[in-house]
Design a protein around this ligand. Sequence first.
Ligand code: RIB
Ligand code: CA
Length: 312
Amino acid sequence: MVMKKKVILDVDTGVDDALAILLAVRSGELDVLGITTVNGNVSLAQATINTCKILQLAGAENDIPVVQGADKPLMRPSHFEHKVHGKDGLGGALRDVPVHKQAEPGHAVDFIFDTVRRHSGDVTLVMTAPLTNLALAVMKYPQLIHEVQEVIIMGGVVQGFGNVTPTAEYNIYVDPEAAKMVLQAGFPKLTLVGLDVTRKALLTEKHLDALQDSPFADYVRASTADYMQRYQERNGVRACALHDPLAVGVALNKELVTTGHYYVDVETRSDLCDGMTVCDFQNRLQRQANVHVCTGVASEPFLELFIEALRR
Ligand code: RIB
Ligand code: CA
């Protein structure tokens, strides 16, 4: 029997985090040991409620523990994204659904360390939110970096414009100190799934039609409606960039992306460029490469994988 890949997801459940959770749970190839929540798109409490609702929708509420983490960034104020994710964080799609699943007692930081240590060397952390929880975990348990198999981060942009400021991507921008700490912590395998590739993973009407016979068709269409509307206003085409689902896609199949090993650091002291992920492609700083940066993606094969998982 093939052992499923063990993962912990860290989320700020928003529209695309929810789709990432559905992909992880329904792929049938991941052993989701738990989901930790953090302040980001919406408050910690709302992200936790949304995560529990999605697990109920996926029929996995009794299989996967949800553990709450940080309720604010390390040093900065919260920076919610209700205009993108809606007031509730799921585009209003499950607004009237009662949530009965509760988060487990305890803190995400301790859950991450205890779980990683129990399966030392075998757990992949998939981070689709500001990196506050992981930074706190590294500070409290420095030996964590030696016991994690890989950290896959949806975040940053290294060859294009940001989605919060001209230079910064949201997850990094919200807690740049946490991101800097994580990238510099010494994790042996860090993979950065940035906007460079996630912007190419576009869910369109064609894909929604292909989802028609999925039990999640109505949810996916409802939760992405406003997101697609805004995307159309900005880019002229109705689509939803599957930022967080692609991070799960990379955990499922590394062949979906091409990567390069570079030194990457985060700006934390700039009025203009705070939260920028700076990738030293030409090794001008002569520093040890610390990140496997995704520079290309097989978009359609990823979308097919996503659709197939949700139709299962
Ligand atoms: O920039 C996209 C990222 O920011 C995604 O994780 C989205 O959920 C938001 O958190
Ligand atoms: Ca997210």
